[in-house]
Design a protein around this ligand. Structure first.
Ligand code: PLP
Length: 452
């Protein structure tokens, strides 16, 4: 830190403070983790200075032999770990990985046949007229993804993201009674809508998805199944999700982030079947800028870590802890979406405490418990205020907490939510944004959180 401080002390101080904050609070954000020292060190070195557009062995820059090595090693580990025929480790984030996948599916289904059947030309030789026909074909495609309030992600076809502008989108959701994924409704929607892509995977669904069943539905309507396993990649890597619940054997293409339950550096990755490999490898420069060699190197290290028995043990403990956390909350009277969990996350419906998700998130943060507010299915408070709080166990499990501590964490969360009431606006009307929290409770929870 001294080296950084000599150049810009505010940044050095922020780094030091971030470490202190992460040490002294309970990190329950389901998408966060603590990467190992090996992963962190691999990101901070001379690879960050290197340009390497292109793919392994086919670069637009000279001097890329060492980048070729780290990209190959990362891809080799990814293929072995997930049993995938092809891996592309360049995407800079989960959103970028999804963009690569969308384009690959479009290109394979539309562009490639168009080029061979319609014009028999190489893409560089298309006339303006050819492009106009191709653009119309590309622009008329549909995506069926899980709805945001049921736990889907913005990139699964929603307006604030380019996926919602590239594709005509429709969503599938969960059963209103049980909160569970409604496969019959998904099948009906697919039959009626006839999408090019069905996206499965989620950011806030606390149960497992049967990918074999979703693939059957995709095949029936001629859609490509893309699974975004960003959240649960660590559980797949750790062999906790196998058979019908492992997306890799069932989907034609799988995307992921590398920094959530997988515990690597911030980044993305695409796994696919051989027929999509060529299009996926066009990710840079089609939708990505130059790769981040230092991050690809760190992905290689994290993937090597994930191939160990220790990691399998870690993945199982994530789920054990998540179940213990859910049980601890349920027994204290909390309401959970779907009534529990089968994976790394728990979604608390905080409306039973008489507060919004935003108030709950703020009250918990005041007390040293870091979470994020999240919509619940059919949320009356919308996506900004929300009625839910999402919590997950990957980070606390990395810190070594077990099921007994999860019961204590559940007690702390319940205590804070129970001691929080709605604040008011200046006019005295109830506010969805502000909260009133008993200061003594907050202080005592913060002390216990830091001790844990
Ligand atoms: N896909 C899913 C399912 C996610 O939950 C997220 C992030 O929360 C992403 C993609 C995007 O990842 P990133 O923030 O790395 O772009």
């Amino acid at each position: 830190l001294d080296v950084i401080r000599s150049v810009e002390p505010r940044v050095a101080d922020a780094i030091g403070q971030e470490l202190a904050d992460q040490r002294e609070s309970l990190k329950l954000i389901a998408s966060e983790n603590y990467a190992s020292p090996a992963v962190l060190l691999t990101m901070g070195n001379w690879f960050s200075d290197k340009y390497a557009e292109g793919t392994i062995g086919r670069r637009f820059y000279a001097g890329c032999r060492n980048v070729d090595t780290v990209e190959s090693v990362a891809a080799e580990h990814a293929k072995a770990l997930f049993g995938a025929p092809h891996a592309y480790v360049q995407p800079h984030s989960g959103i970028d990985a999804n963009l690569v996948a969308f384009w690959a599916i479009l290109a394979a289904k539309i562009e490639a046949p168009f080029l061979t059947e319609h014009t028999a030309k190489h893409v560089n030789d298309l006339s303006e007229e050819d492009w106009a026909v191709l653009r119309r074909a590309l622009g008329d495609q549909r995506m069926l993804g899980m709805s945001l309030d049921a736990g889907g992600h913005l990139t699964h076809g929603f307006r604030p993201n380019i996926s919602g502008k590239m594709f005509e989108q429709r969503s599938y959701g969960t059963d209103h009674q049980t909160g569970l994924l409604d496969y019959d409704a998904l099948r009906s929607a697919a039959r009626e809508f006839r999408p090019l892509i069905i996206v499965a995977g989620y950011s806030a669904y606390p149960r497992l998805v049967n990918f074999r069943l979703v693939r059957e539905i995709a095949d029936e309507v001629g859609a490509t199944l893309m699974v975004d396993m960003a959240h649960f990649a660590g559980l797949v890597a750790g062999k906790v999700l196998t058979g019908d619940f492992d997306p890799v054997p069932h989907a034609q293409i799988v995307t992921t982030t590398t920094h959530k339950s997988l515990r690597g550096p911030r980044g993305g990755m695409v796994l696919c079947q051989p027929e999509l490999a060529e299009q996926v490898d066009r990710g840079c420069p089609m939708v990505l800028g130059g790769p981040l060699p230092h991050v690809m190197a760190a992905k290689a290290v994290a993937l090597a870590e994930a191939r160990t028995p220790d990691f399998q043990n870690y993945a199982q403990r994530i789920v054990d802890n998540s179940r213990a956390l859910a049980e601890g909350l349920l027994k204290r009277g909390a309401t959970l979406v779907t009534g529990g969990t089968d994976n790394h996350l728990v979604l608390i419906d905080v409306s039973s405490y008489g507060i919004t998700g935003r108030q709950a998130e703020a009250a918990l943060l005041d007390s040293g418990v870091v979470t994020n507010r999240n919509s619940v299915p059919q949320d009356p408070n919308g996506a900004w205020y929300t009625s839910g709080v999402r919590i997950g166990t990957p980070a606390l499990t990395t810190r070594g907490l077990g099921t007994a501590e999860m019961d204590e964490v559940a007690a702390l969360i319940h205590t804070v939510l129970d001691a929080t009431t709605q604040g008011t606006t200046k006019s005295g009307a109830p506010s969805k944004a502000t909260h009133v929290l008993d200061a003594k409770v907050s202080e005592s929870v913060a002390t216990q959180a830091a001790e844990l």
